[in-house]
Design a binder for this molecule. Structure first.
Ligand code: C2E
Ligand code: MG
Ligand code: MG
Length: 450
């Protein structure tokens, strides 16, 4: 019987190809996740045996999603390939550069110093080298493009229990780099881990807070120059079972990172409508308006407009009494959509105010396009009235802008009579701030109103 004849070279080629497919990323040619894990395991064993440190770098490209969404995946792929080459040019042959997925890359640096401080410095130098390598523009087809990375670094010396530990640590540090403004290097430290745990815990508790009705709405009056209270801003508080009354600064940012903020905003809207209805039914309160803060994430939801309309109808409140406060940055990110949404809600009477005005992109050209009712001058400008002349000028400019656009203007964070007088002199006739009242529970608000 004749044996089949195999071409050894073809077999070898096939084996190499299988190996390549199994361990390397087809787009960039870098090590894939599988090989990364294997190499990291080896690196940890060797570092333990030799008593030397290694480092793991987690690299995420800033704003890659925008490039992919606006220019298409082919262009995104072009960038990833060039990034891979630049990363490889920053390390030694014994180091591993891997594509972790999407726009995430991981680098293993081996054989660093046996002194932790020195090893940290060595890894930091590579990090800086990477940041520098990203400085030059990328050429994507005929366009040049600027791309920056956020880099998280952790050291390992083989004593961690599993390879997942350094991976997690570098990832946490990378997030920290993003949070501190991107295009940065951040080293992992144990406080970050503690913070992360606290965050996870807080997120769980936020769920409970919603289920167990632990949120409270406080009301801060909005006052006219005549002294008349025209309405209030609803400000959320969390009556935490152990930690007491928490301010939004302790939980709103976290809630905004998940879908929780939508449920929270909806809860606030409902409470606000219940309160408006109660006010409507009493002669001394029926003219009061109520402002609520809506987060960017919620406003961006497709069904946002319908949700608001449903709530207003359900509680059958007069929509003119409800004012929605949004921060400006979110409005211009998607200006056409924002205009449509605002118009739909304004058609039933809802009012819109730009919160923290002056801290974002304030440009007249977009401002004139937005269907606004009110500008709210941010408290940071009010605080320095009388101390820093520049802020006074900003306040005057904002008031002038609002006037020429026929929009109402209100100042928040008014704390002193001097500030109030300055505002009045410059034709701002609505105020909110400690000078009049702190945010208070509804019982106290009604007392104040009488
Ligand atoms: P904001 O909407 O700009 O609210 C004004 C903040 O200024 C409030 O802080 C208020 O207590 C504070 N404030 C008022 N008058 C004065 C004053 O005279 N001096 C000083 N220094 N501060 C004053 P608060 O209640 O801690 O809220 C902080 C931020 O949290 C709000 O800023 C808003 O962005 C957010 N937030 C509050 N409630 C909600 C909510 O129900 N939903 C959402 N999504 N965000 C909310
Ligand atoms: Mg507000
Ligand atoms: Mg504000």
């Amino acid at each position: 019987m004749r044996r089949p004849v195999y071409d050894v070279t073809t077999l070898k080629k096939a084996a190499t190809e299988i190996q390549r497919l199994a361990f390397y990323d087809p787009l960039t040619g870098l090590a894939n996740r599988l090989l990364l894990r294997d190499r990291l395991k080896q690196a940890m064993i060797i570092s333990k045996r030799n008593g030397i440190e290694g480092a793991l770098l987690f690299i995420d490209l800033d704003n890659f999603k925008t490039l992919n969404d606006t220019q298409g995946h082919d262009v995104g792929d072009l960038l990833l390939k060039q990034v891979a080459q630049r990363l490889e040019s920053c390390v030694r042959r014994c180091d591993t550069v891997a594509r972790f997925g999407g726009d995430e890359f991981v680098i293993i640096l081996e054989e660093l110093s046996n002194q932790r401080d020195d090893a940290e410095e060595q890894a930091g130098i590579i990090g800086l080298k990477i940041l520098a390598a990203f400085n030059d523009d990328y050429q994507l087809n005929s366009n040049s493009y600027q791309c920056t990375p956020s880099i998280g670094i952790t050291l390992f010396n083989g004593y961690e229990k599993s390879i997942d530990d350094p991976m997690k640590q570098a990832d946490i540090a990378m997030y920290q780099a993003k949070e501190s403004g991107r295009n940065k290097i951040c080293f992992f430290n144990s406080q970050m881990q503690i913070n992360i745990h606290a965050r996870i815990e807080l997120e769980k508790e936020l769920h409970t807070a919603l289920e167990e009705n632990q949120f409270r709405l406080f009301y801060q009056s909005q006052v006219r120059n005549t002294g008349e209270v025209v309405g209030a801003e609803a400000l959320i508080r969390w009556q935490h079972p152990q930690r007491g009354l928490l301010l939004p600064v302790e939980f709103i940012l976290l809630a905004e990172k998940s879908e929780l903020i939508i449920s929270i905003d909806l809860w606030v809207l409902k409470q606000a409508c219940i309160q408006l209805k109660l006010w409507e039914n009493q002669t001394n309160t029926q003219s009061l308006k109520l402002s609520v803060n809506i987060s960017a994430k919620h406003f961006a939801q497709e069904n946002f407009v319908n949700q608001v309309i449903e709530i207003i109808h359900f509680y059958s409140v007069r929509a003119e009494k409800l004012k929605i406060e949004i921060v400006e940055s979110l409005l211009i990110e998607n200006i056409e959509e924002s205009i449509d949404k605002m118009n739909e809600l304004r058609a039933i009477g809802v009012r819109f105010s730009i919160d923290d005005f002056g801290t974002g992109y304030s440009s007249l050209s977009y401002l004139t396009r937005l269907p606004l009712d009110q500008l709210k001058i941010d408290k940071s400008f009010i605080r320095h009235i009388g101390h820093q002349p520049f802020n006074g000028v900003i306040v005057q400019t904002v008031i002038g802008m609002a006037e020429s656009l026929g929009i109402e203007v209100i100042a928040e964070g008014v704390e002193t009579e001097m500030q109030r007088a300055f505002l009045e002199e410059n034709r701002c006739y609505l105020y909110q701030g400690y000078l009049f009242s702190k945010p208070v529970p509804i019982e106290a608000f009604l007392v104040f109103d009488k």
